[in-house]
Write a protein that binds this ligand. Sequence first.
Ligand code: HEC
Ligand code: HEC
Ligand code: HEC
Ligand code: HEC
Ligand code: HEC
Length: 200
Amino acid sequence: MPQLFSPRADRRLRIALGLAAIGLGVAGAAGFAFVRSDRAWGVGIAAPQPIPFSHAVHAGGIGLDCRFCHAQVEHAAAAGMPTAETCLGCHNRVWNVTAQFAPLQTALALDGAVVWRSVHRLPDHVRFHHAAHVAAGLDCTTCHGDVRTMPRTVKAETLSMGWCLDCHRQPPVAARRPDESFLHAGIEVSPLTRCSTCHR
Ligand code: HEC
Ligand code: HEC
Ligand code: HEC
Ligand code: HEC
Ligand code: HEC
């Protein structure tokens, strides 16, 4: 068979193909690393809020209890968010110094809630329940990090399915129920790792 390319062109083509393959490999590895990285899950990234609220000032400095503003955390699936009234209890009187509190007055006037942006929201097909975890003796810091030191609220953990399962497969001893796993036809089934526990 006659040679289609000159030896030189052939060499160039081989080098180009080789480089392209390496390039693809590198891009793939970088993509994979990013998808697995904390940053891709939004860890450490704050969301813009209507008011520059700081946990470091309120939970850290003043020492307010988490339940002062997240009142449902021991009783319901959702922790609950503070209303304008919760803030204005203090900020109406003494510290209402600047225009940054305008969104509170607006919410109050419109009889609406303050629109806080979430950095933790899970996809709709996943269900989570605060009261169950708090009752099991888990501290807020286990999942949210040290919120008391955060000037802007960020996610401390990925909240990925793998992260949930890491704990559900082997919950801390204190949080384990005696009847948590049972033998079923010789196979150990833990309700905590069943799909339907977390998925609707
Ligand atoms: C004075 C009221 C107040 C107190 C006290 C307070 N928080 Fe908050 N918290 C807020 C507000 C307002 C937001 C929404 C703005 C933001 O994310 O910074 C918020 C947001 C959060 C979020 C993020 C919610 C989301 O959807 O992403 C977490 C987690 C949280 N708080 C945990 C805590 C913990 C833990 C404590 C106790 C150490 C605490 N908070 C004490 C008012 C409060
Ligand atoms: C086992 C892990 C875990 C623990 C413990 C935990 N949280 Fe959460 N928290 C989450 C997850 C996951 C979400 C997102 C829930 C969703 O989107 O349905 C969340 C969301 C929140 C939110 C946003 C509002 C909401 O409920 O969606 C607040 C506020 C909050 N947590 C406060 C707290 C406080 C205060 C404590 C401690 C009393 C606490 N959390 C303990 C995992 C946890
Ligand atoms: C128990 C009283 C109290 C409550 C309730 C409270 N605050 Fe504050 N807030 C303070 C004090 C005290 C300061 C600090 C003032 C200072 O050091 O200059 C402050 C400071 C602030 C600041 C100034 C900026 C900063 O980071 O220093 C903002 C903004 C703010 N609060 C927003 C809020 C919001 C939003 C809420 C409701 C979710 C709220 N506060 C609830 C007492 C309170
Ligand atoms: C640090 C450990 C830990 C992490 C992290 C954790 N869980 Fe759990 N979870 C538990 C324990 C312990 C229980 C069992 C509580 C009990 O016995 O009632 C539980 C129970 C549950 C339940 C059952 C609640 C009910 O109604 O009884 C759901 C749903 C759930 N977890 C969802 C999640 C999801 C979704 C995540 C991740 C976003 C998560 N959990 C992360 C420890 C954890
Ligand atoms: C302990 C809680 C928990 C259990 C148990 C669980 N999941 Fe998930 N799952 C999650 C969370 C949280 C997410 C959302 C974050 C993510 O995509 O990793 C999720 C996401 C998913 C997704 C979407 C993935 C994507 O890329 O969007 C699928 C599919 C899924 N789960 C299937 C399953 C199946 C099948 C089972 C049973 C074998 C299961 N899950 C058990 C917590 C759980």
